[in-house]
Every structure is written in C-alpha cells, then in structure tokens.
Design a protein around this ligand. Structure first.
Ligand code: SF4
Length: 384
C-alpha cells in the first residue's frame, strides 16, 4: 500500500478528491460545447468509462446556455474550464461541481482590478453554489509577473504562482480547492509537483502531463510522471491528456485507470527516461475550443512525416486552437496551432505565417530540414 500525502478532502459532486479517498480519474470533453447532444453524449461516455469528474470548456454566454442543457442530460460530476472570462464563473457555477481557473489568464480582463479581488469573487461564486475550485497552473501560460521573476526557473514560477493563489483563497476562508501544475515535459511535472507538495502538503493535487500527445507516446510520458509522483503519495486526481478523435476519447480514462492499477499492484514498468536527444512531438488533447476538426488527423500526419528526424533533439508542438496555441508553442522548436481554415506555424517564438491545411505539412517539412541543417552543418538535407 502506498501511503498518500495527508491532503484535505475536497468534495466535487459525488466524489471526494484528497483526504485519503481513492485517486479520481478525470477527463475533458473535446466536442464543441455548443453542440449539446454531442457534448452530453461524450460526458456520459467518459463517465461510463470511469471518469469521476468530466470537464467542459466554457468561453461565452452561449456556451453557458448549452452547459445548462448538458447538465440535464448527464449524471457526470462536472467541472468547467474558464479561460480569460473569469466573470463567467457566476452563470456557470450553478450547473457544475467545480470551477477551474488559470492564474496565468486572470490578468487579461479588467486589468486595473487586483488579482486578489478576482480570486475573492471566484471564491464567493464557488461558495454560494456548492462548488470546488481548481487552481490550474500551466508552465506554458504562467502569470507573466512570475515568468519575469523566475526567468530561468519555469518550474519555480509555476510553484510560486500556485502557492500565491492558495494563499489568496485561504485569506478569504475558502479551502475547498485543489491545485494542478502541468507541463508537457514529464520531468517538469515531477519536479513542480514534488516541490509544491513539500511546501503545501495539505492541498490536494490534480496530476497531468499537458499536451502529452498521441498514444502510445502520450501514455508513456504520463506514466513516467505519475509513477514518480503517486508512488511517493503525491496526487489525488489524475488526467491523461491524449490527442484522440472524439469517439476514442474514453481511452484517456481507461489509460488513467490502467496506470493507477499497475501502481497499486507494484507493477512499475521500467520507467523509461523520456529521451532528450530524440524528436519529441507534443500535442494537446483537444477540447471544445479546437478550431478545425482536422486537428487530430494533422497531429497524426505530423508524427508520420517527421519520423525521418527521430534522431534529432527537436520538439514540435501541435495545438488545436488560438486560446492556448500561441503561448504553449513558445518553447518548442517548431509550433503549429490550428485556426478555422489555416494552420499557424512558428519557429521558436517567431511566427512564420498561416498556411492552408493542404500546404502546412510541406512547409513544416521544409522548416524541419532547415533546422536540422543548421544544427548539423555537414548535412544538406536530413530528410533525403
Ligand atoms: S490548445 Fe486549445 S484546443 Fe487544445 S486543449 Fe488547449 S484549449 Fe483545447
């Protein structure tokens, strides 16, 4: 038996996160939230696969209306994902059991309003509606104030930002919250969660490797992080974020339960070091914000056409939308993020333009060749 960290218990609808309760597996709908039938069906499919919590993204009033209908059609414990429009928490909260906000997005709107006020507002709304909160910090979208202060220490920035928000919630007497510290690099997820758990051991942790990518690589990356953390008693709820077409989305939940079962039975796969000297393709799991349904196919094609570069230490990020795409691709060598009709391409932080879906792969390949050539001066074209 693994001794779990002594976190406090946070009820989320019909499940309890932390406080020694079984680790809750969760997932997120990737259907457009406005498509009520499709989203309710997917929420039910995830629930039936074993998701204790199902998250849905809500970015507009129309999506709040859809959420109210979805609530009537599923018995899943629902969490909602807010981006910049933190005020949407008020109309959303009556329909859900948990509200997730990202400290890195709170400064976008009402810039003159102190962050502490915004957090107090969220705590009020959650308290009045019997909801929990998740403080969801992502390495790729950390609050710029922390990014500046911790310039060479992105994990330190993530931990400090999360700890500050715990303090803000504590200050207004709200303790029904969990925290997540995510990155696409399992090593950073391990480091961030260990540091946070040492600092605030009572706060339940939601574990995840964001943009882990396509299976099986995405499951391997996630397993590496979860084995290292859960075996040390860190982690109260998990999500395996995989790039999958909608009908296969429940595979995320199955993968989560498989990992938990193996760890509980002492079956640690030989935890593979995720090689740092190889091609690394990260891609988001997609959600309702995905801008074009060709996204999953695009991620698969990117993996196929770049196989020739597998011995190069290059990271390619493929993201589904403009909400997180521009920021979350910053640390990749080549980044793609989907718009409705075009795919945006970046080299590092430099934008290279937007290309139609039928031309982006050629352009990506040309950029990859160029990158390989600059790193290995003797090679003319690594793809030849
Ligand atoms: S990058 Fe966009 S589409 Fe992909 S999971 Fe994040 S918010 Fe959703």
């Amino acid at each position: 038996m693994i001794e779990r960290n002594p976190t406090r218990a946070v009820p989320v609808g019909g499940v309890v996160v932390g406080g020694g309760h079984p680790v809750v597996v969760q997932s997120m709908c990737a259907t457009p939230t406005r498509e009520v039938e499709a989203t309710a069906t997917q929420a039910e499919a995830l629930r039936q696969a074993g998701a204790g919590i199902v998250r849905i993204a809500v970015d507009s009033r129309k999506e709040v209306d859809a959420l109210a209908e979805i609530r009537q059609r599923t018995t899943a414990n629902l969490s909602v994902d807010l981006q910049e429009s933190y005020r949407l928490a008020a109309p959303v909260a009556p329909h859900v059991d948990k509200v997730r906000y990202n400290p890195g997005h709170l400064w976008h709107h009402e810039k003159s309003r102190p962050v502490a006020d915004k957090v107090a507002f969220l705590a009020d709304v959650a308290g009045e509606n019997d909801c929990a909160i998740r403080i969801g910090v992502n390495c790729g979208s950390v609050d710029p104030a922390y990014g500046d202060r911790f310039r060479d220490d992105p994990v330190g920035a993530m931990v400090a930002s999360a700890a500050e928000h715990c303090e803000l919630l504590d200050r207004v007497g709200f303790t029904r919250f969990v925290v997540s510290l995510k990155d696409s690099d399992p090593a950073k997820v391990i480091e961030g969660n260990r540091k946070f758990a040492e600092r605030l051991p009572e706060v339940p942790l939601h574990l995840g490797v964001t943009e882990a990518g396509l299976p099986p690589e995405g499951i391997i990356k996630t397993r590496i992080a979860f084995e290292q953390l859960l075996s040390r008693g860190i982690g109260d709820t998990i999500r395996v974020s995989l790039t999958l077409p909608n009908p296969r989305k429940p595979e995320e939940v199955v993968a989560g339960h498989d990992i938990l079962r193996d760890i509980a039975n002492g079956r640690f796969r030989s935890v593979p070091e995720f090689p740092k000297d190889r091609l690394n393709i990260i891609s988001c799991p997609s959600c309702s914000r995905v801008e074009n349904e060709q996204f999953v196919e695009l991620a698969e094609e990117v993996r196929e056409i770049t196989r020739y570069a597998e011995r190069h230490a290059i990271t390619i990020a493929v993201m589904g939308c403009r909400v997180n795409g521009p920021g979350e691709t910053d640390d990749a060598d080549l980044g793609l993020w989907c718009g409705p009709a075009f795919v945006n391409l970046k080299r590092g932080r430099k934008a290279l333009g937007a290309f139609p879906y039928d031309r982006i792969l050629d352009r990506l390949r040309a950029e990859l060749d160029r990158l390989i050539a600059t790193r290995t001066p003797d090679s003319v074209s690594a793809s030849g």
